[in-house]
Design a protein around this ligand. Structure first.
Ligand code: SF4
Length: 231
């Protein structure tokens, strides 16, 4: 089977446990205001690759990622769930730990299968109210929470990620709300608050679309440390 990938980062250290190969998949139905990877939005802008070729590329890094693994990120990897089921099954046979970095905005039978094959889900909860979620991402918080309920039902290890954006959700009320949303979920092993960064400005310029947060300050790391007290 064939899929579309944007790029491969050989040795990442921030997308799951240990040193990991991160595969950025093409295609995303959301339009997050702070998106770092607008160049992944269109699925057919990606490079087409077979599952066997992708697995072989990943296995080249096996000695480096043996204590880490592979993370499928994007874009939205669940858009290509059937393809990733195939790739992940092959990787699992090789003893590779598989993580899935998703916004939880796609559902279906293949997504359910992918969740079962995956060892760890990094679930991005982008905003903590439905109104903000729609306004700043074009997606739905309800859908993300539905996805989280599925993870809970199968007892899937889950890390929550939440980007803190200056002037939008950089306050303790927001983080407390996040914490309340997560209270009932025992599958959540970790919450990561991530600072908003602007490394992506050039990408937007190259693609020729406006970056609406160009004048917004990056989030202060000290504020992130402070906010951790509320989650
Ligand atoms: S889900 Fe990720 S790739 Fe898609 S728009 Fe949001 S930040 Fe960008």
């Amino acid at each position: 089977m064939k899929g579309y990938i944007h790029s491969i980062q050989s040795m990442g250290t921030v997308d799951g446990p240990g040193v990991r190969t991160v595969v950025f998949m093409s295609g995303c139905p959301l339009r997050c205001i702070y998106c770092h990877n607008p160049d992944t939005w269109q699925i057919d802008d990606g490079q087409i690759i077979s599952s066997e070729d992708l697995v072989n590329k990943i296995l080249r890094f096996k000695p480096y990622i043996k204590n880490g693994g592979v993370t499928f990120s994007g874009g939205e990897p669940c858009l290509q769930a059937e393809f990733l089921c195939e790739v992940s099954s092959l990787l699992k046979k090789e003893g590779i730990h598989v993580a899935l970095d998703t916004s939880g905005c796609v559902s279906g039978r293949d997504v359910d299968r992918l969740i079962n094959i995956t060892d760890l889900v990094l679930l991005d909860i982008k905003m903590t109210t439905e109104a903000d979620y729609i306004k700043y991402t074009g997606g739905s918080l309800y859908k993300t929470l539905e996805f989280l309920r599925k993870l809970e039902a199968v007892g899937k290890d889950t890390w929550i990620r939440h980007v803190v954006v200056t002037g939008i959700n950089d306050n303790k009320e927001d983080v407390k709300r996040l914490s309340r949303l997560l209270k009932e979920f025992s599958c959540v092993r970790k919450i990561e608050l991530l600072p908003f960064k602007k490394l992506c400005v050039e990408k937007y310029m190259q693609i020729g679309i406006p970056f609406l947060l160009e004048d917004t300050a990056e989030t202060d790391e000290n504020l992130i440390l402070e906010l951790y007290k509320y989650c």
